[in-house]
Design a protein. Sequence first.
Length: 127
Amino acid sequence: MRVDTNLNDVKEYIEPGWYPVRITDGDLRTTKDGESQYVAWELEVFDSEDPEANDEKLWLNTSLKASALGMLKRFLETAAVDGEPIGWNEDGSFNTEDAMGAILEVQVEVTEWQGRPQNNVRNWRTY
């Protein structure tokens, strides 16, 4: 079956730099070895100085291993909905649903994976 589209001008990555993003999904997943879990966050670029970057998707995984919880905590403190950090519940748990629509600014780098360039979220800060 023929699919009519134009793949000639598809960008495989956005240029390195800082981009405002909105959290559009957060999915709890188990690692391939079954040893631990992580949250796979989907982020969407918006209001970028580079209009071609707008609507591009980025992904960030935050581990739930005890040694990596500081990174997750910083992420939840940085991302905000209506100016309020996402935060967490009194018992230390959090709901990914509370993060939907939260905004922050992420630092994107370009790395190579299997011989092809790809974007990685390197850092983040309040937007």
